[in-house]
Design a binder for this molecule. Sequence first.
Ligand SMILES: *Cc1c(COP(=O)(O)O)cnc(C)c1O
Length: 239
Amino acid sequence: MTDRKTELAANLAKVEQRIAAACAAAGREREEVTLIVVTKTYPASDVRILSELGVRHVAENRDQDAAPKAVACADLPLKWHFVGQLQTNKVRSVVGYADVVQSVDRARLVTALSNEAVRAEREVGCLLQVALDAGESERGERGGVAPGGIEELADLVARAPGLRLDGLMTVAPLTGEYAGREQAAFERLMDLSTDLRRAHPAATMVSAGMSADLEQAVAAGATHVRVGTAVLGVRPRLG
Ligand SMILES: *Cc1c(COP(=O)(O)O)cnc(C)c1O
């Protein structure tokens, strides 16, 4: 094995142990939680190694970096998740490789995604990104729809040709009532997911938890954790 492969294998094993321990502590089956490795800022060669090591889900947050990586890795059995704030002028590109867009947070984006998905003859999974630091009607600082806006946006996605409503995503807020209370934030997301599934029973994905707080996310009931640093190492500042 190359040094990098050895390093990534060791990091993955540690993350795997953390997820398994968190599942055991929460009385959940390990299979209930899917690991998504966030490969932003890291090269396609790392994505290839991760695939060889059994990773099946990767995530990116900037189209400029993600698009060429996805092309370079098109032969690999990977699902690509887009987790960054998404401008409508990047939607055509993102729809070309993303299986799931986790950062859907406004009606205009839904329309753009739908148009491009239909045009590309693809079905794109959508998670609504929820801003738990937003007031009832504003949008969050780092994107995201306020809890009060979920229902309307969910109905829009569910009706949009080419899109599939898969569930909810959040990033633990740094400010507001949930600052420093990751598990409470993730439990709130679970409650919002329960509400959502009354009208949209197939929207079962709950994406929460990163390198620093994956245990809290698993404890709260997350189905997907998004882990970057703990697998790939500390990123250079950009990204
Ligand atoms: C970068 C990023 C992650 C991963 O964060 P780490 O702390 O490196 O694990 C997860 N989710 C989103 C939306 C991100 O942008």
